[in-house]
Design a protein. Structure first.
Length: 366
């Protein structure tokens, strides 16, 4: 009987609790024992009560919840081998030999590293007399499956990450609220949304809210962007628009990688276009609240698939990450997905925006 643990790690995202619910219930429905690791890798390193067996009713009502009800944390100790050694000991103590992690690329990288090191960690546990040879005997291999939880939709190889549509929905609601007051006073608003290397939230919010101008990390504006933006906004005003909405991704910058700050955009709209302009940083409002229908569906289907992947895995199967591609739930190589994600960030950092855009496009046309 397999004992499968589920964990959330990295930044929280709406739908993570739904993913935990799906993994717990599919595990139980498959005749296995389910466990939850609390507070991300911190719980794995601490062990004890931080790793709890979960029953069907423990996750009742979790589907719609925002954030993650089993907590998440950044854990420095797990980045070092002694932390991972302790984590391996704690898992063996609970009899756990499979781990489903819902998190971002950092969390999934850590999980695959843990899996790769597992045989040597087990050997070290015996050598250091932290476990006996008999205790480790059934734990020759660790199964790891990734689920991508992130509001930014910043993981390559999947069309959507768990949480991104809830966040987009929240941004749209917020922009709708701002629209009303902007219209009334004929004001301009510069709205900052999350997304460091990934402008998906900014771009989709721009499309969904009919913004006048959008700043994205992957596709910085022209070198003469100040004039271009002001001209576009002026043109929209002459066409009768009473309000102006400019959306700036948190990681937006110009072609030389100088950050484009909302305050700078505000000054331009105030001084060059003559608009009464305000800045609104949406901040953590974008993370909060209940999961939207899409994220509940995605979390559930992917959680079920993750357990199936655990049960079908052989020691040779590379760690999979559960993705959604053209509306189909699919398994892909976790390491390939992480590598592709890093390629986009690297392309941006080396100012190769053509490649960054091509890689993003490829995700949708692959
Ligand atoms: P987000 O996209 O929300 O930032 P993330 O999963 O990328 O999520 P990170 O802070 O990068 O967030 O990683 C979360 C945790 O995963 C870290 O605190 C650490 O415990 C573990 N982790 C990340 N990278 C590694 C790694 N290379 N090796 C071991 N553990 C890692």
């Amino acid at each position: 009987k397999k004992r499968i643990a589920v964990m959330t790690s990295g930044g929280d995202a709406p739908g993570m609790s739904g993913a935990v619910r799906a993994v717990v219930r599919q595990t139980i429905a498959s005749g296995c024992d389910a466990f939850a690791v609390y507070e991300g890798y911190e719980g794995l390193v601490q062990g004890g009560d931080m790793i709890k067996q979960m029953y069907w009713e423990d996750v009742r009502g979790w589907l719609s919840e925002g954030g993650t009800l089993i907590g998440t944390a950044r854990c420095m100790a797990f980045k070092e081998r002694p932390g991972r050694l302790q984590a391996a000991k704690n898992m063996i103590a609970k009899g756990i030999d499979a781990l489903v992690i819902c998190g971002g690329d950092g969390s999934l990288t850590g999980a695959d590293k843990f899996r790769g090191e597992w045989p040597s960690l087990v050997q070290e546990l015996v050598e250091k007399k932290m476990c006996t040879a008999e205790e480790v005997e059934p734990f020759k291999h660790l199964n790891v499956v990734g689920l991508v939880g992130s509001i930014d939709n910043d993981m390559s190889s999947t069309d959507a990450t768990i949480g991104c549509y809830s966040s987009l929905q929240r941004i749209c609601q917020a922009v709708d609220f701002i629209d009303a007051t902007a219209f009334s006073h004929q004001r301009a608003f510069v709205i900052e949304v999350m997304g460091r290397h990934c402008g998906w939230l900014a771009l989709m919010a721009g499309v969904s809210c009919g913004a006048d101008f959008v700043f994205l990390p992957e596709n910085p504006p022209s070198t003469d962007w100040e004039k271009d933006m002001c001209d576009i906004v002026k043109k929209h005003r002459t066409l009768g628009k009473r309000k102006t909405i400019v959306i700036v991704a948190e990681g937006a910058h110009d072609r030389d990688l100088n950050p484009i700050k909302p305050s700078k955009v505000k000054d331009l709209l105030s001084n060059e276009v003559g608009l009464d302009t305000r800045v609104t940083t949406l901040g953590h409002v974008q993370r909060g609240g209940t999961a939207c229908a899409y994220d509940r569906m995605l979390a559930t289907l992917q959680g079920v698939e993750a357990v199936k992947a655990v049960l079908e895995a052989t020691p040779e199967t590379p760690s999979p990450v559960i993705c959604i591609v053209e509306n189909k739930i699919v398994r892909k190589s976790l390491l390939d997905a992480v590598a592709l994600t890093h390629k986009v960030a690297d392309a941006i950092e080396s100012k190769d925006f053509g490649t960054a855009m091509k890689l993003r496009d490829a995700e949708f046309t692959e």
